[in-house]
Design a protein around this ligand. Structure first.
Ligand code: NPQ
Ligand code: MG
Length: 366
């Protein structure tokens, strides 16, 4: 497939409500979109980097610079997702930037061939069960109201963001209020150390599905030690940058569950490798979220339809984060999202809405 050029487009998406995690409070999503233009089709990729390097070392200005300076110039003039992946391989890190470019090319390739992303990835179902990630709140009553609202919308699983000072009490309150059948899990975004092990073990009585990324991103060995001291299954997010990290974590016993985010691991091809590896080892996976717009969400929903995704993901409806999405909104139906069936990611930005939120565009000719 020939490639004419790449557009880098920045958009500013106000969040419906501030989203607080152990690393900070976000009120607006600063998103970089990549559009690959070929003679036969256009493809879209969404870069999941945040505006600041708080979740991982990547950040959106850095991703844009990496794309324009190194990644896009390294592309051959005839591409598909595999050749893009190989061409980007010499560059270390910058997986979110790579993922956005590879996904834009993959989307264009699939649209040109009339195949859906779900079919390409080997999806096993046409709808995926959805969970929701609930930020740190100012009070327990406020948290209980938020959880009650999400359950009324049909979410099948609740994930509470935790940090030191906001862990046992909110978990206890939610468990007591909504009962033993609620699928409940927590995410610390690396806010604890191994010394907090005895404290985190107090979560065991609340029968959580999992505890996600309690320790620092690079603490694989410490996670293995912690996992042995907890009854709650340990899930890794930030620590897993690649299939190699996943293999190491599984071998070490650092986790029994993996949160797969295609952006974090460098794209959907690598995400599929981690899925296959985890499945072969009996390790459950689920699809995480990075407050994607409909563009990133569509591809994530296709991924989450693969057979090894046995736990509900953070693939929430558009309205969880945005009053107006840039695509037709993803809406919950019986606690599930429908997997898009059209070619490629199966959704398109609505031109007027896209223009309204665009803050800059840049065209790079091949
Ligand atoms: C997680 N996401 O699983 C992340 C972290 C996260 C849905 O909990 C702006 C952009 C704010 C990306 C906050 C969920 C964010 C962000 C949190 C990602 O760890
Ligand atoms: Mg997480």
């Amino acid at each position: 497939m020939k490639i004419n050029g790449i557009e880098l487009r920045r958009i500013a998406m106000p969040l419906t409500a501030p989203f607080r995690t152990s690393f900070g409070t976000e009120t607006e999503r600063d998103v970089l979109l990549v559009r690959a233009v070929t003679p036969d089709a256009e493809g879209w990729g969404e870069c999941v980097a945040m505006s600041e390097p708080l979740y991982s070392p990547e950040y959106v200005d850095g991703a844009a610079e990496t794309l324009r300076r190194f990644l896009i110039p390294a592309l051959p003039t005839h591409v598909d997702a595999d050749t893009v992946s190989r061409a980007l391989h010499p560059f270390k890190g910058h997986r979110m930037a790579k993922a956005a470019l590879e996904t834009a090319v993959l989307d264009a390739q699939l649209r040109a061939g009339g195949q859906s992303m779900a079919s390409f990835l080997g999806a096993a179902r046409d709808r995926v069960p959805c969970g929701v990630s609930v930020g740190i709140m100012n009070s327990i009553p406020e948290l209980l109201d938020a959880v009650e609202g999400y359950l009324a919308e049909g979410y099948q699983r609740i994930k509470l963001k935790i940090e030191p000072g906001w862990d046992l009490a909110p978990v206890r309150a939610v468990r007591e209020r909504f009962g033993p059948d609620l699928l409940l899990q927590v995410d610390a975004n690396a806010a604890y150390t191994l010394g907090d092990g005895p404290h985190l073990a107090k979560l065991d009585v609340y029968d959580l599905l999992l505890i996600e990324q309690p320790l620092a991103n690079d603490d694989l060995v410490q996670h293995a030690q912690l996992a042995r001291r907890l009854a709650t299954p340990l899930c890794l997010d930030e620590s897993i940058d690649s299939a190699e990290h996943a293999a190491a974590a599984i071998t070490l016993g650092a986790c029994s569950i993996i949160n797969i985010k295609p952006g974090r691991v460098g794209g959907y091809l690598e995400a599929r490798r981690i899925h296959d590896l985890a499945r072969a080892h009996g390790v459950a996976v689920w699809c995480g979220g990075m407050l994607e717009t409909g563009i990133g969400r569509a591809a994530n929903v296709a991924l989450a339809a693969m057979p090894g995704f046995t736990l509900p993901g953070d693939t929430s409806a558009s309205r969880r984060y945005y009053t107006t999405d840039i695509t037709a909104p993803f809406e919950l139906r019986d606690g599930c999202l429908d997997v898009p069936t059209g070619p490629g990611i199966g959704v398109d930005p609505v031109p007027d809405i896209l223009d309204e939120v665009t803050t800059s565009t840049e065209w790079i000719t091949m």
